[in-house]
Design a protein around this ligand. Structure first.
Ligand code: 13P
Length: 264
């Protein structure tokens, strides 16, 4: 599989924004704007908060929209006395196709380490949901030039033991922590350096099929104007978008990074 034979994927991580009414409004705006050719050109996915998933599901299924959807987190357990947690099975029952695991905000505010994140990736696999594993270095590590070692260490620990065929279907999002919500976007070359290293490491550890198949996204202050240069990089297969995914026009602009005519 060459770089361009992996279908691009653009995912909007809404974080803790949009109650279910607002989520319906945003999904409807996306449904109204996105066209068949947009869905042919890329997998387009929204990741609402848990409380909005049912509403988004109802809209997407009812109107047969081609928009994918998923959740921002899941429990590492399938069921049991875990107050406040949501299992992969519950998400699968809501039709979720994707789930984030190990977003830096979960790592930072909920103290999720790589062992927990690995258990969450396993839980996603048990529920037949595609995990979007998030990795990426903080600012001090970047300033010391340690981004490759740091990010590949996270990757190794979170994917330890997963077989080739599974990893080939996974999605990895490289999100340098210093670029999230800061307006400070990594240069396309910086993002490519780490994404290429991620692919190489996955090939070496999990096999060539996994390295060729895994889709690698970049995340961190992605906007319509910087998306084309990011997507010109051979090892970047899409974007995980935070702030700009809350605006339908911006999100659609990001999805149309090749220009409207190129997707016809
Ligand atoms: P921003 O696009 O707001 O920088 O957020 C990136 C992110 O964390 C997506 O998961």
């Amino acid at each position: 599989m060459t770089g361009r034979s992996r279908k691009p994927l653009v995912a909007g991580n809404w974080k803790m924004h949009n109650n279910h009414f607002e989520a319906i409004a945003l999904t409807q705006r996306l449904a109204f704007t996105l066209q068949e050719r947009d869905f042919k050109a890329a997998d387009i996915v929204v990741l609402p908060p848990f409380t909005a998933l049912r509403s988004v599901q109802t809209l997407i299924e009812g109107d047969k929209l081609k928009l994918g959807y998923g959740a921002q987190d899941l429990s590492e357990h399938d069921d049991g006395p875990y107050t406040g947690d949501i299992s992969g099975r519950m998400l699968a029952k809501l039709g979720c196709q994707y789930v984030l695991a190990g977003h830096s905000e979960r790592r930072q505010y909920h103290h999720e380490d790589d062992a927990v994140v690995r258990a969450k990736v396993q839980a996603a696999v048990r529920a037949a949901i595609t995990p979007i594993l998030c990795v990426g270095e903080p600012l001090d590590v970047r300033q010391q030039g340690g981004q490759l070692g740091y990010t590949l260490g996270q990757l190794d620990r979170c994917l330890d033991g997963f077989p080739t065929a599974q990893v080939a279907e996974f999605i990895v999002a490289y999100e340098p922590v210093w670029a999230i919500g800061t307006g400070e976007v990594a240069t396309p070359e910086d993002a490519q350096e780490v994404c290429a290293a991620i692919r190489k490491r996955i090939s070496a550890v999990h096999g060539d099929e996994a390295g060729r198949g895994v889709r690698i996204l970049y995340g961190g202050s992605v906007k319509p104007d910087n998306m084309p240069a990011i997507m010109a990089q051979p090892d970047i297969d899409g974007a995980l978008v935070g702030g700009a995914s809350l605006d339908a026009g911006d999100f659609v602009g990001i999805c149309r990074y090749r220009g409207l005519s190129a997707t016809t």
